[in-house]
Design a protein around this ligand. Structure first.
Ligand code: KIV
Length: 299
């Protein structure tokens, strides 16, 4: 745990808003299962997102588009069992971002998955659905810029907001998300100058991914940060560990040890007690059972 962290037992939606006012950065990460969510929570992450990126980094899909509400819910439940302090957010996958699907999925995330909030991709186009969710007491985090669910419409993973028109569009999207009542907005894949402008204009915290340092917080995909996703990784990723290398080396050593009979050793095996051994041997001696006799004579 980061020793500079304030002693807060539970991160809440209002607390994230206060962080922006105080100029304190918000650290966010994705996690999709019990062990990694537990580690992320213990490390003091403020927000843990069960993102639809799980489709690519955990389920092996080529994009986030095939991910279903059911899949997010499954992983959300696992993360919920681990997360105590961080705000836990469930992502609305492609095809669930319009009403009434968004409402139905969000209620399930909060009631069955234990989420504290939901995230939805899209700006102006989603403002009505965000309003309806907020009216229904569902805290919403928006997501604008290079939204991966729009890759087909964008013609690939292209940084948004590089021209005056596109920059104005991103700003308007972020503003629409705030006006609709979202408590925060993810800014993905936009120039850092634009992210700085959006961050200054909005009252709600901006959480950047590939949007430069001026955002109120940052989020990364756990598997990118841990070196578990395949290379090359996007330019904005900082890989803090080589978990894939560590795991592969461990698995290789284990395979060699098994094949060479070096695993398990005696200290890694269970044993009968001396009493049990003695009883077994005397029963074997007295028995006509050939199997028992054979076992004891082997020793
Ligand atoms: O799905 C996801 O993990 C996300 C984050 C990268 C913001 O949307």
């Amino acid at each position: 745990m980061d020793p500079t962290l304030e002693a807060v037992s539970k991160i809440t939606v209002p607390l994230l808003g206060q962080r922006k006012l105080k100029g304190e950065k918000i650290a966010c990460i994705t996690a999709y299962d019990f062990p990694t969510a537990r580690l992320a929570d213990a490390a003091g992450m403020d927000l843990i997102l069960v993102g639809d990126s799980l489709g690519e980094v955990v389920l092996g899909y080529e994009s986030t588009l095939p991910v279903t509400v059911e899949e997010i819910l499954h992983h959300l439940r696992a993360a919920r069992r681990a997360v105590r302090r961080a705000l836990l957010v469930g992502d609305l996958p492609f095809g669930s971002c319009q009403a009434p699907e968004a409402l139905a999925a969000s209620f399930r995330y909060l009631k069955e998955g234990g989420a504290d909030a939901v995230k939805i991709e899209g700006g102006k186009k989603r403002s009505r659905v965000i309003q309806r969710l907020v009216d229904a007491e569902v805290p919403v985090m928006g997501h604008v810029g290079l939204t991966p669910q729009s890759v087909r419409a964008f013609g690939g993973h292209k940084v948004q907001g590089k021209t005056p028109d596109s920059a104005a569009e991103v700003l308007a999207d972020a503003q629409a998300v705030e006006d609709a009542g979202a408590f925060a907005v993810v800014l993905e894949g936009i120039p850092c100058e634009l992210a700085a402008l959006v961050t200054r204009r909005l009252r709600i915290p901006t959480i950047g991914i590939g949007a430069g340092p001026a955002c109120d917080g940052q989020i990364l995909v756990m598997h990118d940060l841990a070196g578990l996703s395949p290379e090359p990784r996007p330019k904005f990723v900082r890989t803090y560990a080589d978990v894939a290398g560590t795991l592969e080396r461990a698995l290789t050593r284990y395979g060699v040890d098994v094949r060479q009979g070096r695993f398990p050793e005696d200290r890694e095996s269970y044993h009968w007690s001396a009493v049990m051994k003695e009883q077994f041997e005397s029963e074997a001696a007295a028995s006509s059972d050939k199997f028992l006799k054979a076992v004891t004579s082997d020793e």
